[in-house]
Design a binder for this molecule. Sequence first.
Ligand code: COA
Length: 345
Amino acid sequence: MTSPDALPPPPSRAARLIGLGSWLPLRQITNTELCSRLDTSAEWIQARIGITTRHVADPATATSDMAVEAGLRAMKSAEVEHVDALLLATTTPDHPVPSTAPTVAHRLGLRQVPAFDVAAGCSGFVYATSVAAALIQSGTAHTVLVVGAETMSAIIDPADRSTAPIFGDGAGAVVLEAGRAGEPGTLGPVAWGSDGEHAGAIYVPEGGSRRSPSPVTGAEAGRYVHMQGNVVLRHAVRHMSQVARDAAAAAGWAVRDIDRLIVHQANARISAAVADDLGIPPEGVPSNIARVGNTSAASIPLLLAHATADGRLTAGQRVLVAAFGAGFTWAATTLVWPRGLQALT
Ligand code: COA
């Protein structure tokens, strides 16, 4: 067996961010509307989660529909008409079979490119981006479209006050292209991990191979997300803080070098606690949770797009991206924000 030290140095080829797009369904559910049917209050949701409103897909809209919209915008932003592969991060595929990515690729006119789903909960987009970066680094692909899209409303019990206020629907996408390691826009090393011991902390009991769908309705319905919110909250803060430190170190950055922390929009209190742990001031931590909620795998690309569109992410900033989600899973990476990148939202 070859020792790692005897291997050649990492390639100088790296994945560079060249396109960014996002899409949100038109319909919004405000806290006030939620309170009319749930035992909660707008003040509680605002203070404990930091959300004012969330977008929700209409019943005719599925994850692939939103993924296509975001993908189109990212490709337009990148000024490309073709990519070599498509990765779709989602926990809410259109169907259990087949995976949703080939449908998205087909509808984007990407004839017969390799396309597959990446399921890693709310960390899915950073996982998928890192896999895409590895495909580019290895020379397997030159240009890759990575989409994060979720129809969380399809798996959230509208009558469950511990989950219904949190989640929203939407999609975001990036185009990555081969570039030279170290140039602005190229992704640094990924730091990532998982801990299946806590698989039950956020899960959908039925519909997989463990338990088939049952006709049970109401709070016990197995087709909805069941979540131990406070367990998730504790682990999310700990793991995102640590994985952010690990990704910064792998990039050769000190934590104080980080200009912008793009943290998964799970709960405003989680983002604030991670930023506080890392010593990053509030102006360095863009957020859009107030208006989109927790959109799971779509959260990071939606925030990248929104923060670019409104000028909170600008060329030359050192950006650290960190996510945490069901599984548990976590992941983080770095990049220097590139010049001339336009987000189409
Ligand atoms: N309105 C009013 N009260 C609520 C409520 C709501 N919408 N949801 C829960 N509560 C109540 C609970 O019933 C509990 O009451 P009790 O003390 O009488 O038992 C109380 O608030 C505290 O519950 P707890 O779960 O400890 O609150 P919390 O401060 O942890 O906040 C979450 C709950 C769900 C907002 C929070 O845990 C969270 O955001 N977790 C992370 C979720 C997440 O991001 N998941 C996605 C994966 S990244």
